[in-house]
Design a protein around this ligand. Sequence first.
Ligand SMILES: Nc1ncnc2c1ncn2[C@@H]1O[C@H](COP(=O)(O)OP(=O)(O)OP(=O)(O)O)[C@@H](O)[C@H]1O
Ligand SMILES: [Mg+2]
Length: 485
Amino acid sequence: MAREERVVVAGELTSFVGRQDEVAEVRRLLGEARLVTLTGPGGVGKTRLALQVAQRSVRAFADGAVFVELAELRDGDLLPNHVAERIGLHDQSGRGALDAVLEFLRDRRALLVLDNCEHLVDACASLVDAVTAACPGVSVLATSRQSLGVTVERLFPVPPLEVSTEAVTLFVDRAVAVVPGFERTAGNEPDLARIAERLDGLPLAIELAATWIRSLSPAQIADRLTGRLELLTSGKRDAPHRHQTLRAAIEWSHELCTPDEQAVWSRASVFAGSFDLDAANHVCADPEIGGDVLKAVDALVDKSVLLREETAGHARYRMLETLREYGQERLDGSGDLERVTRLHRDWFDRLTARADAEWSGPRQVEWVARLRADHANIRTALGWSLARPGEAEVALRMMCGLDEYWGQNRGFSAEAQLWLDRALAATPATHPDRALALTISALYSLWQTKLDDTDRRLAAAEELAAGRGTTSWTPASPTSAAWGG
Ligand SMILES: Nc1ncnc2c1ncn2[C@@H]1O[C@H](COP(=O)(O)OP(=O)(O)OP(=O)(O)O)[C@@H](O)[C@H]1O
Ligand SMILES: [Mg+2]
């Protein structure tokens, strides 16, 4: 984020409905507290509300807002690197990622949005502590299913949409996208109101239900929902009730999918962030069911299970976190999780190998864009390999290439070195690639101008190469200790 280019907020693909009071209230809270956390169950609209607040706070934060999506990040140790990357800090030489982030934000008036913090609560809390201590002009807006537990935190529980107005408007907006010309009329108004009410004004449930308008009328949708939801607890519309409502809406969406679509929904849940069709073909295909992955992906986009986006002219797909979790639960329940996550890892092992092989050629720019788009998936594949006995050498192999990509194009030396150190720690002392891995990791030290560390690594690599190195490599504390490597 250069000073001139301000708000770095993700584009919104669909219309935003209502929430005027909530936006005003959150902006007011941000004027009072350094950390405001939007809390609430999955699908209630925390992320969308945060995006709106960020877009409308440009005046309060003269240097803009940085939107950092965390659902795709599994490893809290990499949080500072992830934030640095989102800010666009390429030059981290000589500093850790956290220092680079703090230094960048120190004199700025900016809003840092941390989206979907619930699985990284401790790492987020530490980051917020560091930012609020070092950067007086920066406030943090977090979204999380649970509070971060930091003293400066103010909580804002996000309510569902107002049923008779906002929720109905959302349904109609999404229905029009499915059936152009769909209208709210005096005739269907009562049914629309019933749908909104049955779904407790939950935006995600409403969006899913609106896709059924392709084949059902509002009255039919309302009737079927009533039948389904009667099974659930009646009475107060409190959080547990809403949770079950959402669950029922997701389950019904799932039942309305073909077996192929259901399989792709489950399997695609292993991706982190977004994925492209090539990756989906490898990870989701299954000869038993014919496996026309493109057709299933297409249908899942229609059903609002997948969101389609474009990066550099290339279509990619992503799932809202709540739907991804549901898919992963199904995959786990079917006993197929381990197999599919392995396919995921294999795909990204192969992708990095191909990128490495074609690096010095005309496709380099294309590869940079592709690796960049798949960064979260590559991290997941590395993490998977390091967490399983006998698989660490795949991580080592993946990290023994692409040194220019990691080191020069993105200033990712510190992260690359962390992965190399973790892989070295997990592979047998006799593994033939260790000397090479150490040499490459020395290069990353050099790029970070840590000259002593470069020497240590090179000396260890030399010993290994000369067949003298029976001692296993242990990194000096500075690089890895901060990230628990
Ligand atoms: N005010 C709104 N107007 C239009 N669409 C909305 C609104 N609020 C939420 N949505 C839509 O509803 C869906 C769920 O919202 P969102 O992703 O913000 O939920 P969340 O609370 O962040 O869920 P999670 O905890 O799973 O991250 C999204 O598709 C979002 O675009
Ligand atoms: Mg969210």
